[in-house]
Design a protein around this ligand. Structure first.
Ligand code: CA
Length: 227
């Protein structure tokens, strides 16, 4: 996969270092956004999580460890790869950074090439870890394990409810007709009334609680899940 759609956020208060990082990452094909303070980053990151965060430790309004802790407590950013960059290369910092949920640690001064290599490696690992997971807002679906979590809480679904949710979540925003959903789930092995889909959708919505609203009925057409 080409990294063109991958957005790298940099939180670093020194403009020269930010410029160096930006140049190296843009040369490698990444989109880059820069933040000079922790509050700027934190006010932004939950609404629009980047693909990866490069995080300086010594910041004017906070420190990278605290930022790391806050990011890990935000559900949408729990899988966000974080590379800590610091002049403080002591073992205690590395261990603290990794314990707080950073994925990697680069010591200043670093070569731009090394930074890009670390970014690539971390994105690759994250893709491998998350490719099997389907997400719709706070709903996370693990197709291989047949498990669903809403805001981190496990939800029990029947086989049909689970298959419906997977079908919708694989193509967010796309409308599926009732016959399409019936085909997908029963594969022509059984004659199923279209109304049956409505019954299962209702139960599925109830189990998803307030997020059941994400499954929309489109009059005369079928169902979709919000993007
Ligand atoms: Ca700094």
């Amino acid at each position: 996969m080409k990294p063109v759609d991958e957005r790298i956020a940099i939180l670093e208060d020194e403009p020269d270092i930010r410029a160096l990082m930006r140049a190296a990452l843009e040369r490698a094909g990444y989109r880059v956004e820069e933040y000079a303070t922790a509050s700027q980053l934190l006010s932004h990151i939950e609404n629009s999580p980047p693909s990866l965060l490069i995080l300086d430790i010594m910041l004017p309004d906070s420190d990278g460890f605290e930022v790391c802790r806050q990011i890990r407590s935000c559900p949408r950013c729990s899988e966000l790869p974080i590379i800590i960059v610091s002049a403080r290369g002591e073992e205690v910092d590395r261990v603290l950074g990794l314990e707080l949920g950073a994925d990697d640690y680069v010591v200043k001064p670093f070569s731009p090439r090394e930074l890009v290599a670390r970014v690539k490696a971390n994105l690759r690992r994250t893709r491998a870890r998350t490719s099997a997971i389907l997400k719709a807002g706070p709903i996370e679906i693990y197709p291989e394990k047949a498990e669903v979590f809403v805001e981190g809480k496990h939800i029990d679904l029947t086989f049909v409810e689970f298959q419906l949710l997977v079908a919708l979540a694989e193509k967010p925003g796309r409308v599926f007709s009732r016959p399409q959903l019936i085909d997908r789930i029963w594969k022509g092995e059984k004659i199923v009334l279209e109304r049956t889909i409505d019954v299962h959708i209702k139960k599925l919505r109830d189990k998803l609680g307030e997020f059941g609203r994400m499954i929309k009925s489109i009059r005369g057409m079928g169902y979709k899940i919000e993007e």
